[in-house]
Design a protein. Structure first.
Length: 404
């Protein structure tokens, strides 16, 4: 009953946004299979393929701050529309190139355009959803992402087995369909309720850029997030290689493992976050990081399919607790400021992690072996836990000083 009541309180425009994300993600299959496409479909060595993945991350890292600023200036809906449309075009063009250096550039450009959607998406949620509903709204947004992911990568495994190039055409079709849907409903966002002060409204202070860099608490928070996000992105970077190469499992089995992750999220994440809504964001982030570290760390001893499923279940619970809280934390500390800018640099963090995850994972994997790679993920996640509790203690001391 509590969950149904919470759902009914979520604004209609949030459901339109979630539907847009669902349509888009239902065709998503390029990123999960990018390394395999490059190595098997194009014949590029793993070391070079990891650099292409890194280029994808760099493109997104460069674009995200600009995307956030564009959201503050022109509106998040406009940024999302152009991102979806031009990404669809680039995805269709991508398979026509086989030259390593051309693919390197294409990956960076595709990422810059595609990933502009993310900070705009998070910014819009902070704007159209009231404060008390935001954590649930972010969970709903992730539900849409992962419901789509229960379709895209699973189908992608079968399509990849037929022809690796086809995954780009299907992904492009998904982006185009999402653009059509969002463009049709765009005017509803202009007339709907807005709960966050936009840049350009209010005092002159709110018009200034680079507010995020002057927010020392925010900067410390981003530093704390880096280790565990680096761990999380190994499920895109090295987990497919480990499962298909070291464990000699097929791409279809890999697709099933992705499906386990998304089914749990679809069923559990929203009620779980509603149940844990009384937890502070810092506590949720810490607990989520612990579970993420344990789940990935257990891959050290996971040599059969059943144990792999267990590890995925564990880090999936970590993911479900971690991500809504981490995004909600940003929405709260950027209240009344340039939320787009804050979300943009938050996305930069993820793109730095994405960019670093593949080459660092490859370096450990090829130099020290898979066992050391997965063991190191546990200790990286624990660094985030320690930094989050340091941030909590710092907030407590500041509160005591303010009350003195």
């Amino acid at each position: 009953m509590r969950l149904l009541k919470s759902f009914r309180q979520i604004p209609q425009n949030m459901w339109i946004l979630a539907a847009t994300t669902l349509i888009n993600r239902s065709g998503s299959m390029v990123v999960p299979y990018l390394v395999l496409y490059l190595t098997k479909g194009v014949g590029i060595p793993l070391s070079q393929a990891s650099l292409i993945v890194a280029a994808y991350g760099i493109g997104s890292m460069v674009a995200s701050p600009f995307s956030g600023r564009l959201c503050d200036k022109f509106g998040a809906v406009n940024v999302m529309k152009y991102s979806l449309l031009f990404t669809a075009i680039l995805l269709v063009l991508f398979p026509f190139f086989n030259n390593y250096y051309v693919i390197l550039v294409m990956a960076a450009v595709l990422s810059a355009v595609n990933e502009a959607f993310r900070p705009a998406n998070l910014t819009l949620i902070a704007d159209i959803v009231p404060h008390e509903q935001r954590k649930t709204a972010y969970a709903v947004n992730r539900l849409a992402i992962n419901l789509g992911f229960s379709i895209g990568p699973v189908i992608g495994g079968f399509i990849f087995a037929i022809d690796p190039h086809f995954i780009f055409y299907i992904d492009g079709l998904g982006h185009f369909a999402a653009w059509l849907y969002l463009a049709y409903h765009a005017k509803k966002f202009e007339t709907g309720e807005h709960y966050n002060v936009r840049s350009g409204e209010g005092t002159p202070e709110k018009k200034k850029f680079q507010q995020a860099f002057r927010d020392h608490r925010y900067m410390l928070y981003l530093i704390a997030m880096f280790p565990v996000t680096l761990v999380f992105f190994q499920h895109f970077a090295m987990m497919p290689v480990y499962i298909t190469k070291d464990l000699a499992m097929s791409e279809k089995m890999l697709g099933i493992l992705f499906l386990v992750n998304t089914i749990i999220i679809i069923i559990v994440e929203v009620p779980l976050n509603e149940y844990l809504s009384h937890w502070s964001d810092i506590k949720s982030i810490a607990v989520g990081s612990v579970l993420t570290g344990i789940g990935f760390g257990m891959m050290t001893i996971s040599h059969d399919f059943a144990l792999l499923i267990l590890t995925i279940v564990i880090w999936t619970f970590g993911e479900m607790i971690f991500f809504p809280a981490s995004t909600n934390f940003i929405a709260q500390i950027s209240e009344g400021k340039n939320t787009g800018e804050y979300m943009g640099y938050y996305q930069v963090l993820f793109n730095i992690s994405f960019t670093t995850a593949a080459p660092l994972g490859t370096l450990i994997y090829e130099g020290l072996g898979a066992q050391m790679l997965w063991l190191s993920t546990f200790f990286m996640a624990m660094i985030t836990v320690g930094l989050m509790y340091f941030l909590r203690d710092m907030d407590k001391k500041k509160a005591v000083s303010a009350g003195a």
